[in-house]
Design a binder for this molecule. Structure first.
Ligand code: NAD
Length: 490
């Protein structure tokens, strides 16, 4: 059983183990400690102790340390990618990229953190100086999901540390192993600056959320978890930084290059077996190109190979756990019973003796009220609807509770800008779905949440503004007691 990383050492624990399963083989890979309130207490205490030093480490030294974390991540890229493939299921090459993007995020915030600036303000009287400084919140509880374990922790940990906070990190109980392997990189940090506790969200996760020693909670997860964490934080007036679900639209306009758009659509739907928060999950295709688009998407999807992520021939891996697989089966079955047609897949793959594989599924004749369209479906599905006008496409795109991302294919400037202005989404991709850029803010509108990761905005989420009012001339003020002089002057 793997131990917890607290205060710069591997913490001994006799906690009950949580098994970690390879979803492609359903075999137990290892186990981690089922963290308790006591573990949360020890990790928060270690982070608080480290805060008083880390906060004041000069920017240039912080930057060098964060660059060193990135360098160490890259040294172990292959091992980390392999571990993520085993515990999370997505193909090795995608995990290899994920480690690189995670390291790039640490490099980015090493530099951006150094460049941190406040502002100077016009004073209200002579001999006064007004300016702002940016301060860390203190101890951040960072809680992350399983689908991009290292990337999503990096989006929180790197800016939080660059801003001078210390962190207690809780990985998902599904994919904690690569995070624990990352300790070899985090050892570049002073002890206690970053601590890792493993366990269930309802147990050690909530213990961190309600702990009086955590000053900010940064969560990426489902809407249900976000509501729960948001409520708990509200009771303590603690800031909750929430990155929640998505149900992203993908619109193909009549002028699109259908070879490119259909392949982009298949990738956007099935990357990581459709388990990306920004997976394209609802497709709206203009009627004049609908048949050709669907035919191309079906042909391309049939060429994709399901398999273990360590097999270089694999395009799509398994889904994460039996619960997700059952949910997927139920959603597709419901849609088919209500009149939808599966042109590919529509069922669990029986190609392998074991493993949680679901065939990539293109569904047509779907309707907006079907659960597979109306709510977030976390799996390899591509429900396609036909649209006739730009207004219809935009209204359909907006008919959802989330506002994470939106994708379109067109070179028509008027259509593109109209859709961009009217679709409610935190990221809008034109002719290139799903890509991230460390310098570009990422996050959602509506029920996806109300914060941003990456970019300067992602750093600002982890620091508070303090206004400093300085008067360099000590003198009695006319508006102090006694009021007489002040009133006389009015
Ligand atoms: P989840 O909400 O089940 O779990 C996320 C994390 O929260 C885990 O570490 C879990 O242990 C913890 N957790 C659960 N309940 C908790 C509680 N009551 N208190 C504290 N912590 C708790 O989500 P998941 O299944 O791991 O991930 C899938 C979801 O995440 C999807 O909805 C997806 O869209 C979303 N997601 C969003 C983004 C984004 O950037 N907006 C990115 C990736 C995933």
């Amino acid at each position: 059983m793997r131990k917890q990383w607290i205060g710069g050492t591997w913490s001994r624990t006799k906690r009950e183990p949580i098994p970690v399963i390879d979803p492609a083989t359903e075999e137990v890979l290892d186990s981690v400690a089922r963290g308790t309130t006591e573990d949360a207490d020890r990790a928060v205490a270690a982070a608080r102790r480290a805060l008083s030093d880390w906060r004041w480490v000069p920017g240039v030294e912080k930057a060098a340390t964060l660059h060193e974390v990135a360098r160490r991540m890259r040294v172990r890229k292959a091992e980390l990618a392999r571990q993520m493939t085993l515990e999370g299921g997505k193909p090795y090459c995608e995990n290899h990229d994920e480690v690189e993007w995670s390291a790039a995020c640490f490099d980015y915030y090493a530099e951006v953190g150094r460049d941190s600036r406040g502002s100077s303000l016009p004073p209200v009287a002579a001999h006064q100086v007004n300016f702002t400084i940016q301060e860390p919140y203190g101890v951040v509880a960072a809680i992350v999901p399983w689908n991009y374990p290292l990337l999503l922790l990096s989006w929180k940990v790197a800016p939080a540390l660059a801003a001078g906070n210390t962190v207690v990190l809780k990985p998902s109980e599904e994919t904690p192993l690569a995070t624990l392997d990352l300790v070899s990189a985090f050892e570049a940090l002073p002890p206690g600056v970053l601590n890792i506790v493993t366990g269930y969200g309802r147990e050690v996760g909530e213990a961190l959320v309600v702990h009086p020693g955590t000053d900010l909670v940064a969560l990426t997860g489902s809407l249900a978890t976000g509501i729960r964490v948001g409520e708990l934080c509200a009771r303590q007036v603690k800031k909750a930084h929430l990155e929640l679900g998505g149900n992203d639209p993908f619109i193909v306009f009549p002028d699109a290059d259908l070879n490119v758009a259909s392949k982009g659509a298949v990738w956007a739907a099935f990357l990581n077996a459709g388990q990306v928060c920004t997976s394209a999950k609802r497709f709206f295709i203009f009627e004049e190109i609908y048949d050709e688009f669907v035919a191309r998407a079906v042909k391309f999807t049939r060429s994709l190979k399901l398999g273990h992520g360590l097999d270089p021939a694999t395009d799509i891996g398994p889904v994460i756990n039996p619960k997700q697989l059952a949910d997927l089966e139920a959603r597709v079955a419901e849609a088919v019973a209500a009149g939808a047609r599966a042109l590919t897949g529509g069922k669990r793959s029986r190609k392998f003796a074991k493993g949680l594989f679901y065939e990539p599924t293109i569904l047509v004749d779907v309707r907006p009220e079907m659960r597979i369209v109306a709510t977030e479906t976390f799996g390899p599905t591509m429900p396609i609807q036909k649209v006739r006008t730009i207004d219809e496409a935009i209204d359909a795109a907006n008919a959802q509770e989330y506002g994470l991302g939106a994708n379109i294919y067109t070179n028509n400037m008027e259509w593109a800008m109209t859709a961009m202005e009217r679709i409610t989404a935190g990221t809008f991709w034109i002719n290139d779905p799903l890509t991230d850029n460390e310098a570009g803010p990422f996050g959602g509108m509506k029920k996806t949440g109300h914060s941003r990761e990456l970019g300067i905005e992602g750093l600002d989420e982890f620091r508070e503004t303090k206004h400093v009012h300085l008067d360099y001339k000590q003198e009695l003020k006319p508006y102090w007691y006694p009021y007489k002089k002040y009133n006389a002057s009015r």
